[in-house]
Design a protein around this ligand. Structure first.
Ligand code: ADP
Ligand code: MG
Length: 725
């Protein structure tokens, strides 16, 4: 390899890498640093006047309207707290449809009438901000010339301080809405869907005799998978820089077939990164808990303890940013893309969720009494019905160009959305379908309200890892979301669809009670109806198997393999009706999302296609052609010497160079015809024309990588990236 080639430089740099010297002295215990940078309940209680604190709690816990004088008082306390911690600026943080986190920073500095500096931060500045909204995707909701968008303080998510060696910033989580009040972000519908779920869940709880049941929230714990590679390799791969995944790369001799990475000892350098990441997360009040190696080489996972959905969402966004920031400090790139490397596992974000409150507890926990069990079955059935009615929608909320590489590949749940219940619970629902309230038929027949459910244990060994949505003992785990995605989209869909089913269940049971049916019979009837109507989404078998695809089709379950198909379900009549009916997203808002995501899909594929072309033409073809030249001159020399007349390597390389060059021309031609917009036609063009053309370029290039002299190959290889840390 040429000593100054970027690849050789990267290898040298990695070989000589020296990690930051860790100093364990002065490192505080987790419980001491936890939340130290958060303006949390304890801090507020200590710093706010009693009446202000109580008013704020009423808003946080019970959505009471926030009084302006309360906001002013909170602003003063928050500012003092932040300034004591070295903050000079504050930022409204919001979550636009890009799926990323956006921030608008302002300093606390003001000037009085005489030009003197003053520190100011009013209730108004806390409550509302006005970032220029024109550059955020809005799907036609707002013309760019009316660029007004407003951020509004989300009282339910605490403010926190982000530290930087050069200064600290007070961050205030906010919603982001347009001038006309339309949601432009991912938080607004999440908060709305939370309220809808609460209302319907409490109706059901009331029927079970809980008078004045406590507010119900969704609890979410997201397991985040990611890859780490040395940053020198990352920077020597233009494809990783532009699109987050390798657009080229031959399979390494060793991949993940030895299954030696999963739960293996964590490499020291990675462990150093994990310690620092977790400490940073703890300071921000993010309860980082679990860490381990994942299946693929270079792949890892972090999971915090579950929290209320809205907080879990904000924390998830912060967690992704923290992973990337700390990795860079340790000379590594943290890759959150769903499929950075072909041929090894991709990364998901398993979203665990349950519903509950402080008084009735976790509503997805099978209870100890028949009464509790009946209630548990109702909430479980609400999830089954929600998935049955909105399988397409649930597929659409995890659709992205990147996640398409994962779903349906043999290491991730398929694109078919089904529910895994486990044998015991499945058996219970089978009996309900058969009319469980009739005479006992021996072992295990369940009579709602009379028998107690067998203990359902959440034994991890017994878990189905192939299902997109699995019941795991006291919660469901939605495994289809991708590693880079915001959890807000999936949770908005789940909350709203489950609320719709709880609404149905409450209405049905109430009507039966009115006409004199007893509660147990009413519950049995409604559960039976749900299993009869939606039992087809329950699947306990191996979701990776080819047989399931065939069976799912015969059950009428959609198998939407690509984003253009899947996204169409987001704007379908049933999705529109669902969101509009419960006031979570109006038709306009929903359609704008559909357009933004469709456009993002086309943009992602176009960027990949351009990057593929550029790398092929400026890096790979030149390398391969040089090698071809060497081979050709050697062949000529040998021929002159009368040694050989044929050269299989020369033929192979010559053919692959021709293939690469003509595949690149085909791709270039397709890119010239592009005038891509947010339409489904553009997305289909990307999916059906650009992707196959890119694949053809890659196939020729990967063959060359396996045959061109290694010292000429310009890109770091899979082996180097995945195994040298
Ligand atoms: P596994 O990999 O075995 O599925 P992990 O421990 O990696 O489990 O992650 C499980 C996630 O589920 C964690 O974030 C955990 O806090 C969360 N979780 C546990 N119980 C609940 C619950 N009742 N509701 C929501 N999330 C939960
Ligand atoms: Mg896990």
């Amino acid at each position: 390899m040429h000593p100054s080639s970027p690849r050789q430089n990267a290898i040298d740099a990695v070989t000589n890498y020296q990690g930051p010297v860790a100093a364990l002295d002065g490192i505080e215990a987790p419980d001491v640093i936890f939340g130290s940078n958060v303006f949390n309940n304890a801090t507020m209680k200590a710093r706010l006047p009693q009446d202000v604190w109580e008013a704020l709690q009423a808003t946080i816990e019970r959505s009471a309207t926030l009084d302006r004088s309360v906001a002013d008082a909170v602003a003063v306390a928050m500012k003092d707290w932040a300034i004591e911690r070295g903050a000079t600026h504050y930022a409204h943080v919001f979550y636009p449809l890009t799926g990323l986190t956006a921030e608008k920073h302002d300093s606390f500095l003001g000037v009085d009438g005489e030009g003197n500096a003053i520190i100011e931060f009013s209730g108004k500045a806390l409550i509302q901000g006005e970032p220029d909204a024109s550059s955020f995707p809005n799907g036609g909701l707002r013309e760019t010339f009316e660029a007004r968008g407003y951020t509004g303080w989300d009282v339910t998510s605490p403010s926190y301080i982000i530290e930087n060696p050069s200064g600290n910033t007070l961050c205030i989580p906010t919603v982001f809405v347009s001038y006309t009040g339309d949601a432009l972000d991912k938080k607004t519908p999440l908060l709305r869907s939370q309220q809808v779920l609460d209302t319907q869940a409490r109706r059901v709880l009331a029927l079970f005799g809980h008078d004045n049941p406590d507010h119900v929230t969704t609890f979410v714990g997201a397991e985040q998978e990611y890859f780490l590679i040395d940053r020198h390799f990352f920077l020597a791969r233009p494809d990783l820089i532009s699109s987050g995944r390798t657009l080229f790369g031959a399979r390494p001799p060793k991949g993940q077939e030895f299954e030696d990475h999963y739960f293996g000892a964590i490499p020291e350098r990675v462990l150093a990164f994990m310690y620092e990441t977790e400490r940073e997360l703890w300071k921000l009040g993010i309860p980082a808990k679990t860490r381990h190696n994942e299946v693929a080489p270079g792949q890892f996972e972090i999971a915090p303890v579950f929290e209320r959905a809205n907080l879990a969402n904000d924390h998830q966004q912060l967690l992704m940013a923290t992973l990337r920031r700390v990795a860079a400090k340790h000379g590594m790139e943290c890759m959150l893309h769903e499929k950075p490397f072909e041929g090894v596992n991709g990364s998901g974000k398993h979203v665990n969720f349950s519903f509950g409150n402080g008084v009735q507890g976790n509503l997805l926990n099978p209870g100890d009494t028949p009464h509790e069990n009946a209630q548990f079955l109702v909430f479980c059935a609400a999830v089954i019905r929600a998935v049955g009615r909105h399988a397409g929608l649930l597929r659409s909320v995890v659709a992205s160009a990147a996640n398409d590489h994962r779903l349906g590949a043999n290491e991730a749940p398929p694109a078919i959305i089904s529910v895994f219940l486990g044998e015991q619970l499945m058996d219970v629902f089978d009996q309900i379908a058969k009319g469980g309230a009739t005479e006992s038929m021996g072992k295990g027949t369940l009579k709602i309200g009379v028998d107690t459910l067998p203990t359902l244990h959440s034994d991890p060994g017994d878990r189905n890892r192939t299902s997109p949505l699995a019941f795991t003992g006291n919660r469901f785990e939605f495994r289809a979301p991708g590693s880079s995605q915001s959890i807000a989209g999936p949770m908005v869909a789940i909350n709203t669809a489950v609320a719709e089913s709880l609404d149905y269940i409450a209405t049905e049971i109430a009507a039966m009670l009115d006409s004199g049916t007893g509660l147990n019979d009413a519950v049995q009837n409604v559960l039976q109806a749900i299993v009869m109507d939606h039992g087809n989404v329950i699947f306990n078998g191996d979701s990776y198997s080819p047989e399931w695809k065939v069976e799912a089709e015969s059950r009428g379950l959609p198998n939407l393999l690509t984003t253009p198909e899947a996204l169409a379900e987001m704007d379908s009549p049933s999705s529109r009706e669902l969101f509009a009916h419960y006031g979570v997203l109006s038709h306009r808002e929903l359609h704008s999302r559909f357009e933004v995501y469709m456009h993002r899909y086309s943009l992602s594929i176009t960027v990949e296609a351009r990057s593929t072309l550029e790398i092929a033409r400026t890096l790979l073809l030149p390398a391969a052609t040089r090698y071809l030249g060497e081979l050709a001159s050697i062949a000529t020399d040998l021929l002159k010497l009368g040694r050989r007349s044929d050269s299989p390597t020369l033929d192979l390389v010559a053919n692959a160079v021709d293939d690469l060059s003509s595949a690149a021309s085909d791709l270039a031609q397709l890119l010239e015809t592009d005038s891509l917009d947010a339409s489904i036609e553009s997305a289909r063009f990307c999916c059906q024309s650009l992707i196959p053309a890119m694949n053809a370029v890659r196939a020729a290039a990967d063959l060359l990588e396996d045959n061109v002299a290694d010292d000429l190959w310009p890109l770091p290889t899979y082996q180097e990236m995945l195994f040298i840390l």
